[in-house]
Write a protein that binds this ligand. Structure first.
Ligand code: C2E
Ligand code: MG
Ligand code: MG
Ligand code: MG
Length: 277
């Protein structure tokens, strides 16, 4: 009996694994098609000075407009794109689009802030990034200081020496550098000091339960103090409530992005938030 049920279980898992593998293969080919047919669009989420609500930057966030399935959030395809190496093409498409937009918006008279672009951990470690970024900036004649690249801490700390030289090459082009989701990974504090960074982004998981969670308050406070003592800017992600805004102001973290001000919006709506010269 045990053997029989064991076998049944085996069959069941095999079927389930086959379904998963099939779904994965279908997803991979759909992503490949999305890249070819340009089914991606960008939303922009403003970053503000929370003392006066002035826009100080924006983060480009990718969205997939699938003709059948509608809008697909990055959480559903970025991880798979990372595993299969397609993330490189996606990240470069995003950066290329952002540079094109910045130059065009400036030409149309908008006061454009620095735009943040997410670079996947896998792509950052690939050694080709600095060269690719330089070519894209050059193609659009986009000043490096209009771009900030967001990288998560894990990839930097995996190989701090090599990361340091890759970051230095990017910095030499004027690009700003930020650590995304700060606090969720593991950062060596002594390396943080030596790397050419501009900003830490406090992960939204530490902001979302403020004011209720005292531990999250303590962690956020510690990150803010750490950033200040390292001479780095700090921005809070996922600020949704007025209480969170008050907490951040009292801790002297004056930069935030979050639904309290705006979620990521399509280009035309983002432009309507910017001033003209
Ligand atoms: P992330 O880089 O940490 O981006 C911030 C995420 O938090 C975005 O989700 C944004 O919509 C969301 N968010 C911002 N404010 C709030 C808030 O107040 N409340 C809540 N609940 N959420 C908020 P999104 O757009 O779904 O992106 C998820 C993740 O996907 C990003 O996390 C990033 O890791 C990745 N991603 C997004 N766009 C790109 C891209 O162009 N390239 C790469 N490589 N990754 C991307
Ligand atoms: Mg980000
Ligand atoms: Mg983040
Ligand atoms: Mg992230």
């Amino acid at each position: 009996l045990a053997k029989a049920s064991g076998k049944n279980r085996y069959d069941f898992y095999t079927q389930e694994m086959t379904d998963q593998a099939l779904e994965r293969i279908l997803m991979i080919s759909a992503i490949r098609k999305a890249i070819e047919q340009q089914q991606f669009i960008l939303h922009y989420q403003p970053q503000i000075d929370i003392r006066d609500n002035l826009i100080i930057g924006a983060e480009a966030l990718i969205r997939w407009k699938d003709p059948q399935r509608g809008t697909i959030a990055p959480g559903r395809f970025i991880p798979l794109a990372e595993k299969t190496g397609m993330i490189r093409a996606i990240d470069l498409w995003v950066l290329d689009s952002v540079c094109r937009n910045i130059v065009e918006w400036q030409r149309n008279g908008y006061q454009v802030p620095c735009i943040s672009v997410n670079i996947s951990a896998r792509h950052f470690g690939s050694n080709s990034l600095a060269r690719e970024v330089e070519a894209i900036l050059e193609r659009h004649k986009c000043p490096g200081n209009m771009i900030e690249l967001e990288i998560t801490e894990g990839v930097i700390m995996n190989n701090p020496t090599r990361s340091g030289s890759e970051l230095a090459q990017l910095r030499a082009m004027g690009i700003r550098l930020a650590i995304d989701d700060f606090g969720t990974g593991y950062s060596s504090l002594s390396y943080l000091k030596t790397l050419p960074l501009d900003r830490l982004k406090i992960d939204q998981s530490f902001i979302s339960d403020i004011p209720g969670d005292k531990n999250d308050q303590a962690i956020s406070r510690a990150i803010i103090v750490l950033a200040a003592s390292l001479g780095l800017e700090v921005i809070a992600e996922g600020m949704e409530t007025e209480e969170q805004r008050q907490f951040l102001i009292s801790e002297e973290c004056f930069q935030a992005q979050g639904f309290l001000f705006s979620k990521g919006v399509p280009e035309h709506r983002f432009l309507s938030m910017l001033n003209k010269h």
